[in-house]
Design a protein around this ligand. Structure first.
Ligand code: ADP
Ligand code: ZN
Ligand code: ZN
Length: 755
């Protein structure tokens, strides 16, 4: 008897099933298997063997799905690496890796079959055999003409001429290339004039070979490109390309990509958030045409599955531009991975498991496939910077903007001083308002950055200090004025704004603080002539809404763009001359060891939007702490200074890259039980890890959706074996919650390398 270990899309280990006689599955193939009493799942054959598991009954595999293996050997190795490193099951990786339609599950066979992906089919049309005789064809044309059967005449003409064209190698014309009605074609088929078959729609592979029109590089760019090539040739697997915004990093990628595509290799380019990189995709399509395959969450399930299947059978020469999950696409000839904006936090999946960091996984995938990896950024993560300095990664640099473009001039505006002098209107210092006026008068565009959405982060009673809080989470509710509601940004709970303070019944509640919505409203009042538009999660209700905002601003249908982090990524708006950062202080003071690094990266990225083409732009930073060292570093563009300062802090307090972190979050409705559970786990872990364990402690938000939260943090120094630490942790977690433990129902979220 043969057996197969099957990975299921669950937080459970692989299960063993029997391989029925006559079935010949291969490793990596998808199969349908029964689980429990009445559930059918899609699983992936992980290992075939002949060891009978010791349990009473071993259920058989129901059937194999798809002819080809879905998950190749190297991809299976990546899944296993992720499961091991991020402390989850391979099944959880499967959940993230495969498009939905490739992993149906259901109660009955019928439901399962209904949920399966069905390739789109298409009619293929050809002339009937006898009409390949010129004389007969001619005769038919005349007959149709005599009868004034124009629609049939046109259809016949179209089929005959398309069939004969050198575009169609098979002699069969896909229906979509014809203008003729399907009904007309069917009638003609009935008369025996046409042959028609319905078959799976073949997506044309991208045109082979490839001569691409590449931008000519400047001397500095050529130097950096040569440096990258040299390091790759010398055996370096990963190179960090550090280049200021506008220096031409993308142009370098293009050269590297073209080289690989021309020899039939595959390229994967990871980008932080696809909607915001629509411009990048367009730019790539201008050069690589149909070679570009976008992959992101806004594609339909059908499209994603088609893409996966097409790539799985591709002979090579593919170029995928996608978000972090495109890491899992079957590129069998992968030679190059580009990770753009490698410092971007969105490369880390926070929820659900697997909580993987796609940039780091890309480096691992590169190693598994023998593919080269380029990490690009103007402001690399401290981890990558240190890896490049220590020689683990290669390094190439671009220190100047391309052409005549000059770096923006950064001006700091002291908020407290402005208040004292009476030079502040609502949330804007006079300095910024003056600059805005000037810019608008000259026909320039303005971007305003505020990293909070909504109208006000909280509402407060003027008399007693009551604030509106979420009933299920320990956070204040944010006022959204457009909808007139208070919204919880953690669980989505909404309620109306109370007309009277519910606590003292004396006063009205008042909005405090400000979000993008409020900025938009105030700006509209201060600049009644200007056309203002807002870009944040609330404004982007659909892909169309997004395109309307971004496209409209690019076409200068708006003068001022107000937005959250969404405005910072990947845009190249020629007309932006002024960028305002409205409140740098909440960036500086977020309670997170990465706050400094993030604040710098974010401000530099926002600043990079100013004056990209022929003239230098201006950036105004409003802050109550103009003396803060980080503000000075931003003003000077002093990345190295920022890095040295942040690294010395990280070293002193023992944070990455000098230590590796594992954060544990425990959750339960019963706060007493949760406290006992956390204390018990902490005691266990302290016994094994000593002072490397911190906590239990209350996380910044200690109640979400009615559940209480407690955190523990493990810090493993860079020199120690992290693999061993994870093993010990896994064992202790099992011992703590396993069997009849009173803590077995406490949810534990394990996050390795938390952001
Ligand atoms: P980065 O990716 O480093 O921000 P880009 O590659 O987007 O920089 O380049 C910034 C701008 O300069 C773009 O508009 C780009 O088209 C232009 N540019 C950069 N290098 C060249 C070049 N060698 N030839 C023509 N245009 C270039
Ligand atoms: Zn009150
Ligand atoms: Zn809530």
């Amino acid at each position: 008897m043969r057996y197969a270990d099957i990975v299921l899309p669950l937080a459970q280990p692989a299960y063993t099933f029997a391989v029925p006689d006559g079935m010949d599955p291969v490793e990596g193939q998808a199969v349908a298997v029964p689980l429990g009493r009445s559930k059918i799942y899609t699983g992936i054959v992980w290992r075939l063997h002949d060891r009978r598991p010791d349990c009473k009954t071993v259920k058989p595999i129901l059937r194999t799905l798809n002819g080809d293996p879905l998950v190749g050997a190297r991809m299976r190795a990546l899944w296993e690496w992720i499961a091991d490193y991020y402390m989850c099951t391979v099944g959880e990786v499967m959940r993230a890796a495969l498009p939905t339609l490739m992993k149906p599950s259901a109660r009955t066979e019928e439901e399962f079959a209904a949920g399966e992906y069905r390739p789109r089919t298409e009619w293929y049309v050809a002339l009937a055999e006898e009409l390949h005789d010129e004389a007969r064809l001619h005769e038919l044309f005349e007959r149709l003409e005599r009868r004034h059967a124009t629609r049939q005449y046109d259809a016949l003409l179209e089929v005959a001429s398309t069939e004969g064209s050198d575009r169609i190698a098979t002699g069969e014309v896909p229906r979509r290339l014809l203008h003729a009605d399907l009904g007309v074609l069917q009638t003609m088929r009935g008369k025996g004039w046409l042959r028609m078959v319905e078959r799976e729609r073949t997506t044309e592979p991208p045109a082979a070979g490839g001569r691409f029109l590449l931008p000519e590089l400047s001397a500095a760019q050529q130097g950096a490109l040569d440096a990258i090539r040299r390091q790759f040739a010398g055996g370096t697997g990963t190179v960090l390309l550090q280049g200021v915004t506008g220096s031409g990093k993308t142009e370098l990628y293009i050269h590297l990509i073209a080289e690989v595509l021309a020899r039939g290799g595959d390229v994967l380019m990871l980008v932080p958030e696809i909607a915001l990189t629509a411009q990048l995709i367009e730019r790539m399509e201008r050069i690589f045409g149909s070679r570009v395959t976008p992959y992101h969450s806004r594609l339909t399930n059908q499209k994603r599955t088609e893409t996966y299947r097409r790539l799985n059978g591709s002979p090579g020469g593919e170029f995928v531009v996608g978000v972090r999950s495109s890491l899992f696409l079957p590129l069998h000839h992968l030679e190059l991975i580009v990770v753009d904006e490698e410092h971007d936090p969105s490369y880390k999946q926070v929820d659900p498991s697997p909580r993987y960091q796609a940039r780091d996984c890309a480096v691992v995938l590169g190693r598994l496939c023998g593919a080269r990896v380029v990490l690009g950024s103007a402001t690399p993560s401290l981890e990558s910077w240190l890896n490049a300095r220590s020689g683990k990664y290669g390094l190439a640099e671009l220190t100047e903007r391309y052409g005549d473009a000059r770096p923006p001039q950064v001006v700091v505006s002291d908020t407290l001083r402005a208040v004292k002098r009476g030079e502040r209107k609502v949330h804007f210092n006079k300095l910024l308002l003056d600059r805005m006026e000037e810019t608008l008068a000259q026909g320039g565009q303005v971007m305003l950055f505020q990293n909070r959405r909504g109208f006000s982060p909280y509402v407060e009673c003027g008399a007693c200090g009551w604030t509106a809080r979420c009933p299920d989470c320990n956070v204040t509710l944010t006022l959204h004025k457009a909808s007139g509601q208070l919204v919880c940004h953690y669980c989505g709970h909404t309620e109306p704004v109370p007309t009277r303070c519910p606590a003292c019944r004396v006063a009205d509640v008042e909005p405090r603080g400000f979000g993008t919505e409020k900025v938009e409203e105030e700006i509209a009042r201060l600049f009644p002539e200007a056309r203002v538009v807002r870009l944040d999660r609330d404004a982007v209700t659909s892909e169309r809404a997004f395109q309307a905002i971004v496209g409209g601003f690019a076409a200068h249908e708006y003068d001022i763009l107000v937005g959250t982090q969404m405005i910072t990524k990947g845009f190249d708006f020629g007309g932006v001359r002024l960028v305002g950062i409205l409140n740098a202080d909440n960036l500086l003071h977020s309670p997170d060891f990465r706050a400094g690094e993030r604040a710098y990266q974010l401000m530099m990225q926002v600043a990079g939007r100013a004056g990209r083409r022929d003239e230098a732009g201006v950036v105004v930073i409003q802050t109550a702490e103009p003396q803060h060292p980080l503000i000075g570093q931003v003003v000077r563009g002093d990345y190295e200074g920022m890095v040295r300062e942040q690294l010395s802090e990280r070293q002193q307090f023992f944070y990455p890259p000098y230590a590796r972190l594992v954060s544990l979050t425990l959750r339960h409705r019963d706060v007493q039980l949760l406290r006992r559970a956390a204390a018990a786990l902490a005691a266990r872990l302290r016994g094994r890890f000593g002072r490397r364990l911190l906590g239990p402690m209350a996380p910044p938000v200690d109640r979400i959706r009615g559940e209480y939260l407690v955190g523990l943090l493990l810090k493993i120094e860079a020199g120690a074996s992290f693999a061993r630490a994870r093993r010990i942790l896994a064992d202790e977690l099992t011992a703590w919650s396993g069997g009849e433990s009173e803590f077995r129902n406490v949810t534990v979220v394990v996050d390795v390398d938390p952001q």
